[in-house]
Design a protein around this ligand. Structure first.
Ligand SMILES: [Zn+2]
Length: 480
């Protein structure tokens, strides 16, 4: 099938101006559209219909070079998109036909779709403040983190967990009520691992902003948030190439740059759904944890491994709430039922609050099989009961290029979902006696009484996991 789609893509998407593909990267990013940005002029976006999930990993859909950009999968099953330069279009169409894959053309000039957001407001942010009216630069996010930790030392702490090749800091922000001295449950959140998914770091930053005003959610929970795991990629995406996905590492093949950090984790590394070809968008790297960014996440997780009750990684797009396993569809996670139940609760809460439908299920089944991803690794190494990858807005109309006017609604989805998880963690730990139905920030700061739950030894991946939390001022129970 080949026909013009005159609809959504014609009213869409992003940034970029005149230009050539840049070969060097400035350390500082910019709010302004830079003349060197890749413009995607006359690039065609093809939407390809697949017959099975294996086809999603066909070379033609995963190769990423100066003529092809994989554009992800919308929330329609068995569909994949690629952007193709005018130079390669004929060849790509032929290859799709050779594979008997049907496709339609969404746009014949991607640059037209990118332009509308260029006109968005570029007002300077007051130093240290945040905004969700436009996508913040990495520097603005750093300034905001710095301001919060300086002004709210009893609530927000900040550490640098690593430095990237280009010298950017990989930040870890922890939010909790630090006036309460106890060994708290940890909810770990990671954002910005894929450069072009700008709504992801925005959601993580927005979460931090909410948490500093939510005493009920920080009294007995310590939130560990890495808002921009891939700062080199984010800066590159904002400054040079809007559709960049990976980090900016050099590879053994000079012409292809970047490792897919979400294929670089040490669990089923380089298995199904990951590639050893550096020219593919899902290149797993030279070895597991070969990258500074994935190492930083690994180290930050391992430091609190026994306290992590929930782990969430924000991505886009497609509107999915996914849980392990992602590396296979053959094995069901042992917590499948509770993962699904809480996932469905998150989806329901988002639908009620924001009117958007999210699909819930195991990552390998709902989207596609991917090995070496952070969620599977965390599930395996921590045995934490709640592990989710949330693919935020949208459902495919705008794809990665979510307009600035939709940021606030997109980050709200994430905030609604995180409140559901936080409640679940508190319920499981009996850390509260009342279940708030409204904004948890409205909860009384002091729960009436902290009950001790019946502690059950729970086995995750053959390891028994402590399900009772130790507090310094209370006796405690150890499970075996
Ligand atoms: Zn992603």
């Amino acid at each position: 099938m080949l026909h013009e789609n005159k609809c959504k893509w014609c009213s869409i998407v992003v940034a970029a101006a005149l230009g050539i593909i840049a070969t060097q990267l400035p350390i500082a990013d910019s709010n302004k559209l830079l003349p060197q940005m890749m413009d995607y002029k006359e690039w065609t976006v093809l939407e390809i219909t697949l017959e099975n999930t294996e086809q999603k990993n066909l070379d033609i859909l995963q190769l990423e070079n100066q003529d092809i950009r994989p554009m992800g999968s919308p929330s329609t099953p068995y569909v994949s998109r690629i952007a193709v330069s005018p130079k390669k279009l004929k060849e790509v169409k032929k290859e799709l036909n050779d594979h008997r894959l049907s496709f339609k053309i969404l746009t014949t000039d991607l640059s037209r779709e990118l332009l509308p957001t260029v006109a968005a407001s570029r007002e300077e942010l007051a130093h240290g403040s945040s905004t969700y009216d436009r996508y913040m630069t990495f520097k603005e996010m750093e300034n905001h983190i710095d301001a919060l930790s300086t002004h709210l030392p009893n609530k927000v702490k900040h550490k640098v967990k690593g430095k990237t090749l280009e010298g950017h800091d990989i930040h870890l922000v922890t939010v909790s009520d630090y006036t309460i001295d106890e060994d708290k449950s940890v909810i770990f959140v990671e954002g910005g691992i894929h450069a072009r998914e700008w709504i992801s770091p925005a959601a993580a930053m927005n979460l931090i902003d909410h948490l500093v005003e939510s005493p009920a959610l920080t009294k007995h929970i310590e939130w560990h948030i890495m808002p921009v795991v891939n700062p080199d990629g984010y800066v590159y995406s904002k400054s040079w190439d809007r559709l960049w996905r990976k980090n900016r590492s050099g590879t053994w093949f000079f012409f292809c740059t970047g490792v897919d950090l979400n294929r670089n984790f040490g669990f089923h590394w380089a298995g199904d759904g990951a590639s050893t070809n550096p020219c593919k968008q899902n290149y797993a790297g030279e070895s597991q944890f070969s990258e500074k960014e994935s190492k930083a996440v690994r180290d930050a997780v391992l430091e609190v491994k026994d306290r992590i009750e929930a782990y969430v990684t924000f991505h886009s797009y497609g509107q999915y709430i996914m849980y392990p396993w992602g590396h296979t569809v053959k094995t069901q996670h042992e917590n499948h039922e509770s993962l699904d139940k809480v996932g469905q609760a998150m989806a329901k809460a988002i639908l009620t609050a924001e009117g958007k439908r999210y699909k819930v299920g195991p990552a390998g089944k709902v989207l596609y099989v991917a090995s070496g991803a952070s969620d599977d690794w965390v599930a395996n190494v921590t045995g934490a009961p709640y592990i989710y990858t949330i693919e935020l807005r949208d459902d495919g109309s705008y794809g990665f290029i979510l307009p600035e006017t939709k940021i606030q609604a997109g980050v709200n989805d994430a905030w609604v979902a995180m409140q559901v998880i936080a409640k679940e963690v508190m319920d499981q730990s009996n850390l509260r006696t009342t279940i708030p139905e409204d904004d948890p920030a409205d909860l009384p700061a002091e729960p009436k009484k902290r009950r001790r739950r019946g502690c059950k030894g729970k086995i995750h991946n053959g390891k028994k996991r402590k399900r009772c939390r130790r507090t310094k001022n209370k006796d405690y129970v150890i499970n075996h």
